[in-house]
Design a protein around this ligand. Sequence first.
Ligand code: SAH
Length: 463
Amino acid sequence: MRYFPIFVDTQDQDCLVVGAGEVAARKIELLLKTEARIHVIAPDACNTVLQYAQQGRIQFEQRRFQDKDVSTQTLIFVATDNNHLNAHIHQIARDKGIMVNVVDNTPLCRFITPAIVDRSPIVVALSSGGSAPVLLRYIRQKLETVLPHSISKLGTLFQRFRDRVKAAFSDVDARRAFWEEVMEGDVAEHIYNNQETKAETALIQRLTQVESQTAEEGAKKGAVYLIGAGPGDPELLTFKALRLMQKADVVVYDRLVSKDILEMVRRDAEKVYVGKAKSNHTLPQGEINQLLVERALAGQRVVRLKGGDPFIFGRGGEEIETLFQYNIDFQVVPGITAATGAASYSGIPLTHRDHAQSVVFATGHLKEDTIDLDWPALVQKGQTLVFYMGLTGLPIICKQLVQHGMPKDMPIALVQSATCEQQRVVTGTLTDIVAKAEQEALKPPTLIIVGSVVSLHDKLKWF
Ligand code: SAH
């Protein structure tokens, strides 16, 4: 390891930047994140640097560099376009033992600046020693996505309670276990959810228990995460969904959740299938609600994984009503609903300036051979209709729409297994689609899209 990573304390320290073009401005931007006093010397400056000077964030002297400018600074950046001058400043700084960096000239750098992921007070610094900048950018992007922004707030909370926690535990292992529990448990979860006060209260509560030695060994508070898993393609999961899925003690899932997605749940989690196929309910809704409550009260972290979005024909509302009754902590994570998934992956925009100004999501679920919908409200000009659970009721949907004034040749699409590898799209009109659906032997899950936007499918399909 040629470059030894360190973090330099910048509080009350002077840093000098020679040069004030765009290249210098990038380094100044970095320094502005710190607490250093920034001094910039250059005969000319770009607008960015001038602006910083006007805002009083840096001290700027518009003049040529003089040797005596190098005095007792902690760090010096050199970014002039005069190579000779750059080398000269490097030499003076070096002689005085000052850390100097000539920008974009590695041989003249006594230190290099890493790529950073800034979640202050948590800062991740990365370097390839100048050897693989593209690889470095790639790794940094990965880290940016896996480290929630709120890690920063968690860091601040840890910082504030550090001394109190230290005092509460004489044993280092017990202290580490406490912090680990905080990180894994509801304190961190509240922070990730932007509920800082709640997080602090939970932390204080836990700490008070420890201080008064009433803490039950390993007592853990359960919670339910109601997560929308999207329509099928695992890449359509949200970061939040993935993070919570990896915390699960138990996952309660239904039929629409694909195997690939289930594999992304924490490996050791128990998996409970409560799948609902049409007219073949594995577990009645009331029992699912009770199951969630029981597991959470037993201290488990329960992931309730649902296809699409939990609040769109997902009965998520009913499940959280029960959780409310039992005062159980929960979160709801939205997912990409079948309508938007199917629309995107079949090249059928649900709204379009020339075709539709509104879109309605309706259920096509049959009850005693009818579908209870406000048909006149559905049959409107410039409105796209999306029917969930409508495959069995397709003949009735088509009949009702025509009876209520929709043109017989209105385009209609059936999208089976939207966003999945095996996605199929069948298009037709209100007159011929029923026969086509039979011919193609379409199976659930299938979504129905009705409206002139469907005519765009041929032109816009890409998947
Ligand atoms: N909460 C889910 C909908 C559940 S209702 C969501 O937001 O998507 C179940 C219905 O959704 C199915 O009958 C079907 O019409 C539709 N659906 C769900 N996933 C689908 C998929 N991948 N492709 C097509 N339709 C789907």
